[in-house]
Design a protein around this ligand. Structure first.
Ligand code: FAD
Length: 284
């Protein structure tokens, strides 16, 4: 039987989509519309982010339930441990078991301002080890990694060693922070392979919808926007359609390079919007 590839499938590589949990009815309806538009790309799974310190704790569980039941998608929760206790994490894991979840994206998260205690876990590696202790091989565990180096790392080599700790603690795969420089990804993968780490490293892809928002995010998370890209986007001013087309071309070229260079898939940061991700997928 011939497999029919959807017009939205990405250059033959598996895709996953990341969403954040909606909090109001309006946001829930908007996410439903986004999911319906993206579903034809047949994502391998979709993931739902988690606010540190429990702020969106129940929203994440509810949103995962809805993606699984309403949209029949393999939905994976993110679970960040910063500020959380072992008991809280254990109870969340129980919720996810009862929903039939098979994959968790395990993160440290960041301490929200005003929250004094880091809780029972210091690093994502502690969370991975805890999930393994509690549940054995029940879940596939993804962790985060940073081809352009995590902003709080002492240095690039320490960051690589810390990434390896998460794999040794039991993670099965990694998703990168977004980037626009493919060489950084390939160098990162080369470096960890030399350290004996053989898990799949899926690039996180950030389609560009709003340049000022992207600049803000990038400042916070340490992702570099190359000068040529920033300059071109700035020069378009308010010309939204030129920004849209140019950005989609740039991000689609990045995806093509990554997949041709061996990336095992692509994880799209959708920010709950369908169009910017669809524009990239359509070009692939
Ligand atoms: P860690 O792996 O613990 O690393 C954090 C820092 O500590 C790094 O600088 C590392 O080098 C250092 N470190 C690690 N172990 C050690 C050690 N043993 N000794 C000394 N230093 C060490 N945040 C959310 O709040 N919710 C989300 O849903 C979410 N989803 C994300 C999804 C992806 C794919 C990515 C890339 C990030 C996501 N984040 C999310 C952001 C993430 O929580 C932050 O980047 C956070 O600052 C680090 O999380 P981590 O899991 O990478 O931490």
């Amino acid at each position: 039987m011939t497999a029919h590839r959807s017009p939205l499938s990405a250059h033959g590589a598996p895709v996953s989509f990341e969403f954040f949990p909606p909090k109001t009815d309006e946001q829930r309806e908007a996410l439903d519309r986004t999911v319906r538009l993206l579903k034809p790309a047949s994502p391998e799974y979709v993931s739902m982010t988690f606010g540190a310190g429990g702020s969106t704790l129940s929203h994440t569980v509810d949103a995962v339930r809805s993606l699984r039941s309403k949209h029949a998608l393999d939905a994976a929760p993110h679970l960040s441990c910063m500020g959380g206790s072992r008991a809280e994490v254990r109870s969340l894991i129980e919720d996810y078991k009862s929903l039939g979840v098979t994959r968790i994206v395990a993160l440290r998260g960041d301490l929200p301002s005003g929250m004094a205690s880091i809780g029972d876990f210091r690093y994502a590696s502690d969370l991975v080890a805890f999930i393994r202790e509690e549940t054995g091989d029940r879940f596939r565990i993804e962790v985060a990694c940073y081809p352009e180096v995590h902003p709080q790392a002492n240095d690039a080599l320490a960051d690589l060693a810390n990434f390896k700790r998460k794999i040794e603690a039991g993670a099965n795969g990694a998703i990168t922070q977004y980037f626009y420089n493919a060489d950084g990804y390939f160098r990162f993968v080369d470096a960890i392979r030399k350290m004996g780490v053989d898990v799949p490293v899926v690039p996180g892809i950030m389609p560009i919808a709003n340049f000022s928002q992207l600049r803000r995010f990038s400042d916070m998370c340490g992702a570099e926007i190359p000068r040529w890209l920033a300059k071109r986007l700035t020069a378009f001013g308010d010309d939204a359609s030129s920004i849209r087309d140019f950005s989609a071309d740039v991000v689609a070229d990045l995806c093509r390079r990554l997949v041709e260079g061996g990336a095992p898939g692509m994880h799209f940061y959708t920010l709950n919007r369908a169009r910017p991700t669809m524009a990239v997928l359509e070009r692939l």
